[in-house]
Write a protein that binds this ligand. Structure first.
Ligand code: GLU
Length: 529
């Protein structure tokens, strides 16, 4: 589903991009970077572009690309241009732009802003060790800088493997005004000549990103802080080509509670994991927007379009944002309470299937679920906790309930109530709504002389199989309605119905025993007089 309304046509010259490498699941930190780009474009009428940076052939795959795209769409982020959307500045997959990188490398070589380097991996490694041993920064030695262009060309033509390196100007300060971090300054003395094109003809990140951002007319580069040391190299390339660089905004990384970058050892890290656990897309998106940014006075819980209207890059904080699982749970609870019952029902299906309580749901099954899931969703952090709240429906066992010594002790003390309940329910019509349930409780009160907890708690044990959970006047009618699923209309469960040759309405649920059946089974399992 899409959390925002359809993406409007751009009305400002702002152009931003999200440029993931398809080498794994979308990390929530990267999802936040995508979101900040989207919010900025959406809020200011700019263009949002999705570019796939798949030049790491070994690690990139179309499967990961699809997974990332699916997660972005799931969060409600859509793009004007890019992979699957098309656009005038494509192609939008770097592996399809190799001709552009080649042409631009040739241009830099022709102007002596780049040169061919023939150093072997062994040679480079030996240089690196020597530099470290002498306490120097391990940057490229510059060994091939002085090879005359003609000589280099002849060696390449003779088949010698070579990379193309950028000639970084000596003793210069590269300074830029980062929108988030303020003035950032690097000396070129610590920057070795970076590889632009590898010997297999593939571009290095720093080169491809500049060619692409320039040719795609990107006006603002918003990305993770881990890229900040790449920016001076990229700025020098803009300068070498005579291009105007975009504005840069490096947002802090998303951290775990110990203030190290959020990683596996902190638990879930990918959008997919949060999605599978039953985080709603609007909740995850809203929460991610709140890491390092605030929509200002008042409510933080706002739909994406509202967040976009308030988003200003200048307001993004520079300090590290800690991923707060508790806060995400709070945001998710908020959206779970707002969610449409049928939507919740559909989203709950995989979680019930995981428990083997449900195969393929029918329409009647979904309607039934939609009538019970909101009550369960009101008290959980995530959808994957809903089976725990609905166990009373789909996994009832009187014997198992009585295996718990506390339940047995209480039941022993409430034998008269339990016997009366079993009798009362055999005679009564199914308690299909709150009123019918309350009327039955009233009759039992009269019969037994018990009231309040002494009456209701044994009823809970018997009919739900446990000491706590969803309110009884919601739970019991749910049991009764569930018991009618997959059975002839209007007729409650009878012994031998399951698998019997009856004209049953199909249901994907495991059979749900009725209240009467539960009471009889419990009474029997309790045994004794
Ligand atoms: N492909 C890079 C990444 O995923 C993109 C960095 C950038 O936005 O320039 O980290």
């Amino acid at each position: 589903m899409s959390a925002g309304s359809p993406i409007p046509d751009p009305r400002s010259p702002m152009r931003v991009r999200f440029a993931p490498s398809p080498t794994g699941q979308l990390h929530v930190g990267n999802a936040r970077t995508a979101l900040f780009n989207w919010l900025l474009a959406r809020g200011s009428g700019g263009t949002f572009i999705l570019r796939i940076e798949d030049t790491d052939v070994e690690r990139s795959s179309r499967e990961w690309e699809r997974a990332i795209i699916e997660d972005l769409r799931w969060m409600g982020l859509d793009w004007h241009e890019g992979v699957e959307a098309g656009g005038a500045r494509g192609p939008y997959r770097q592996s399809e732009r190799l001709h552009l990188y080649r042409a631009h490398a040739v241009e830099l070589l022709a102007h002596d802003r780049a040169y061919r380097c023939f150093c072997s991996a062994d040679q480079l490694e030996a240089d690196r060790r020597a530099a470290l041993a002498e306490g120097r920064p391990p940057k490229y030695s510059g060994r091939c800088r002085g090879i005359p262009r003609d000589a280099a060309r002849r060696r390449v033509e003779a088949g010698e493997p070579a990379v193309v390196r950028f000639r970084v100007p000596d003793r210069r300060d590269v300074v830029f005004d980062d929108v988030v971090r303020g003035e950032v300054r690097f000396s070129t003395d610590v920057i070795g000549d970076p590889v632009l094109v590898r010997s297999d003809g593939y571009p290095a990140y720093n080169f491809a990103v500049v060619v692409d951002d320039a040719l795609m007319g990107i006006t603002h580069v918003i990305r993770g802080e881990d890229h900040i040391s790449n920016t001076p190299r990229q700025l020098l390339l803009y300068e070498a080509f005579g291009w105007t660089p975009p504005a840069f905004a490096h947002v802090s990384l998303v951290m775990g509670p110990d203030h190290s970058p959020l990683s596996k050892r902190h638990g879930a890290t990918s959008v997919k994991e949060f999605r599978d656990r039953g985080c709603l897309p609007e909740a995850l998106a809203n929460y991610l927007a709140l890491i390092g940014w605030s929509p200002g006075e008042g409510n933080e819980l706002l739909p994406l379009d509202e967040l976009a209207a308030r988003f200003r890059l200048e307001d993004v904080g520079r300090s590290a944002g800690v991923f707060d699982v508790e806060k995400l749970a709070w945001v998710n609870r908020h959206y779970l309470k707002l969610a449409d019952p049928m939507r919740l029902a559909r989203l709950t299906v995989p979680h019930l299937q995981r428990e083997a309580w449900l195969s393929e749901p029918t329409d009647a099954d979904l309607n039934f679920l939609a009538s019970v899931v909101p009550a369960a969703a009101a008290s959980v952090d995530r959808l994957d906790q809903i089976p725990g709240r609905l166990r009373f429906l789909f996994d009832y066992s009187a014997r198992r309930a009585l295996d718990d010594p506390a339940v047995r002790a209480e039941a022993e003390g409430a034998r008269s109530v339990i016997a009366a309940l079993a009798e009362e329910l055999t005679a009564a019509a199914p308690l299909l709504d709150r009123e019918a349930f309350r009327a039955a409780v009233g009759r039992l009160r009269d019969r037994t002389g018990q009231k309040g907890r002494a009456l209701l708690h044994p009823i809970r044990l018997v009919l739900t199989g446990g000491p706590e959970g969803v309110e009884l006047d919601v739970a019991v009618p749910a049991v009764e309605r569930g018991a009618l699923l997959g059975r002839p209309k209007g007729r409650p469960l009878q012994t031998g119905d399951v698998g019997a040759d009856l004209q049953v309405r199909p249901s994907g649920f495991r059979p749900i025993p009725s209240a009467a059946d539960r009471a009889a089974a419990f009474h029997e399992a309790l045994g004794g007089p």
